[in-house]
Design a protein around this ligand. Structure first.
Ligand SMILES: *Cc1c(COP(=O)(O)O)cnc(C)c1O
Length: 386
């Protein structure tokens, strides 16, 4: 529990950033008299992704979770189908497929990074496997060349969970453009935000028409609006996946400001790195490995790797006493209360270890340098007293 009221010098884990024109764009959306989805701001956001990222069809959604749920519908995932998902991820990566009745086969992380370990995937594939869902943890690309080759060999769908991957790239192409489908998130804690929001990237053009129908509650409304259908009617299953124009207007301001937002995150990230690398080199804690040469990171998060769970939790409490909110995540999904009894029993030691030892530091656009220095000083004092 956070103290209430918050002390004046409290450093939150995250704070939403206003790039500037968000409220003006929301005013414009309201003045245009169209607040429901698929209006002018939605069109601008989607066009941005189609043109700048080269996505065949981009559909804004109410969340990254909703984009993953759309992906599961679109791939016609049926009860008994198997989907391979890393254990060290947010619930939605797996839950979206569980909602369709899929059996989740959890994969372990790499020894030195939370991303799924592609070299261990092949033995997990069975005749029932339909899809692999790589998560680009912290905006760092999974080994997509190996993963895509494996998927092609076994005729599997690839759905990238690029919720944290906006503006990051792999071999010169943006994350979210490699899988048949990909999900982005614009949740408040992500680099670019709509409050709540997401995007389904349909990279396989064969899936584009049906994606639009599922997006529009199972109707042909979008085609009808373009004059391509004689009647507006129910043609397939779907749900309510469109965000309001108010959210799209907010997101458009963030997309326009993406370079400045990313630049500030990079600066803050590099300041953490410069201040903490010497302590890491002296063995106090670990850091995630630098991005491989063929990838471009997006500075989504800065994490320390403590030596064990007790040390991590003691450090969290130490920082909390100095009014600094650092956080941990994820409790590995294969061992979660919902899934533990359903798991096939394979140990996933690296996912467990990241769940026990990883600690995320405050990293957000409006974090001030003196606040960042306090975070660093808090970590130094913890290890000095050790
Ligand atoms: C944030 C996140 C999601 C969910 O996105 P929402 O927009 O919050 O629904 C899914 N997967 C990962 C890896 C995430 O970080």
């Amino acid at each position: 529990m956070l103290p209430s009221p918050l002390p004046a010098d409290f450093i939150p884990f995250n704070h939403p950033h206003l790039a500037g024109p968000e409220l003006e764009y929301i005013r414009q959306a309201a003045a245009a008299g169209k607040l429901s989805g698929n209006g002018e701001f939605t069109r601008r956001c989607q066009q941005f992704f189609e043109q700048q990222y080269g996505i065949a069809k981009a559909l804004l959604t109410t969340s990254g979770t909703a984009a993953l749920e759309m992906a599961a519908l679109l791939l016609d995932i049926q009860p008994g189908d198997e989907v391979i998902v890393p254990s060290y991820t947010f619930t939605s990566t797996a839950n979206a497929f569980v909602l369709r009745g899929a059996r989740i086969v959890f994969a372990d992380s790499c020894p030195d990074h939370p991303n799924l370990n592609v070299v261990q995937l092949e033995p997990l594939i069975t005749p029932r496997t339909r899809a692999i869902v790589p998560v680009h943890y912290g905006g760092q690309a999974c080994d997509m060349a190996a993963l895509l080759a494996l998927a092609e060999r076994h005729n599997l769908w690839v759905v990238e969970d690029a919720a944290q991957g906006i503006e990051a790239s792999y071999q010169g192409r943006p994350l979210g453009t490699f899988g048949h489908l990909a999900a982005f998130s614009f949740h408040e804690t992500k680099n670019l935000s709509a409050g709540e929001g997401g995007l389904l990237a349909v990279n396989d053009p064969r899936l584009a028409t049906r994606a639009e129908i599922i997006w529009e509650k199972g109707t042909n409304r979008a085609a009808f609006a373009r004059g391509e259908a004689a009647r507006y009617e129910w043609v397939d299953i779907g749900s309510s996946f469109l965000p309001s124009e108010l959210n799209a207007a907010y997101l458009w301001a963030q997309l326009e400001a993406r370079h400045a937002i990313q630049q500030r995150r990079q600066q803050l990230w590099e300041q953490y790195e410069a201040a903490l690398a010497p302590l890491a080199a002296a063995g106090a804690f670990g850091l995630l490995p630098p991005s491989p040469a063929d990838t471009w990171p997006n500075w989504h998060l800065f994490a320390l790797l403590c030596s064990d769970e007790k040390e991590r939790d003691t450090l969290l409490a130490h920082l909390r006493r100095q009014h600094i909110l650092a956080v941990f995540h994820y409790l590995p999904l294969h061992a979660s209360p919902y899934f533990a009894a359903r798991h096939d029993g394979r140990p996933l030691p690296h996912a467990v270890r990241f769940g026990q030892t990883l600690l995320r530091l405050p990293l957000y656009h409006d974090l001030q340098s003196e606040q960042q220095e306090r975070v660093v000083a808090g970590i130094r004092s913890f290890y000095a007293a050790d």
